[in-house]
Design a protein around this ligand. Structure first.
Ligand SMILES: N[C@@H](CCC(=O)N[C@@H](CS)C(=O)NCC(=O)O)C(=O)O
Length: 211
């Protein structure tokens, strides 16, 4: 398998961590999003949406969308389970995963895209043409992120992991969101939240976090 990747982008990292947790090896090709390598004719012939990650299977089939790729891997390699083990846990983990995407990853991406000068005419990612950045989305995104951190703290006071007692894909998405928010989007790390800090230290210490 070949993963089209960018080392510091959050969505490809989600897939790398997932694959590392499963112990799966694969080839990687790095594309530089800032320099627009994801919009080259060559890459658009692989993923017309111009987004990363994209996973090319050995028979040439291309899968995109991080969670779809993870679902494919989970079904082929169920151990260790990262997306639930029964009907209810699968539904719960999926809901938590969506909460993290919509309430955290999306606003963090809006802060990054709309503040970073190199994206002034690429306010929306992927193969969508020229779209201006909107500076107001930076302010809105920061407010949403502060709500997101506060809610995570409350939730992590109730359970050790994002979706309950076990590490899951929801933790992977949350870890990638937090690192992306605090490094690329330059949103300060929420140091006043002890449960969130404890969770962050625990999941960051997993070997997969370095993938
Ligand atoms: N929902 C998609 C999002 C993919 C996505 O937007 N990836 C970003 C990198 S994290 C990207 O490719 N951006 C391209 C760009 O900014 O032009 C997924 O989960 O795979």
């Amino acid at each position: 398998m070949l993963l089209y990747d960018q080392q510091n982008a959050p969505n490809p990292r989600r897939v790398r961590i997932f694959l590392a947790e499963k112990g799966i090896t694969y080839d990687r090709k790095q594309l530089n999003i800032v320099q627009g390598e994801n919009l080259s004719t060559e890459f658009l012939s692989i993923n017309p949406r111009g987004r990363l990650p994209a996973l090319v299977l050995d028979d040439g089939t291309v899968l995109d969308e991080s969670v779809a790729i993870c679902r494919y891997i989970e079904e082929l390699y169920p151990d260790p389970p990262l997306m639930g083990t029964d009907t209810l846990s699968r539904a719960h983990i999926e809901a938590r995963q969506r909460h993290i995407e919509f309430d955290g990853l999306l606003p963090a991406s809006e802060v990054y895209r709309n503040a970073y000068p190199r994206f002034q005419t690429r306010g929306v990612g992927g193969n969508v043409g020229v779209i201006s950045a909107i500076p107001d989305l930076v302010t809105r995104g920061k407010t949403l992120m502060s709500n997101f951190f506060m809610r995570l703290e409350e939730e992590l006071n109730q359970s050790p992991y994002i979706a309950g007692e076990e590490f899951s894909i929801a933790d992977i998405t949350a870890l990638c969101t937090l690192d992306f928010a605090t490094t690329s989007a330059r949103i300060p790390f929420p140091i006043t939240y002890p449960a969130l800090q404890h969770w962050y230290r625990t999941v960051s210490a997993r070997p997969s976090a370095k993938a």
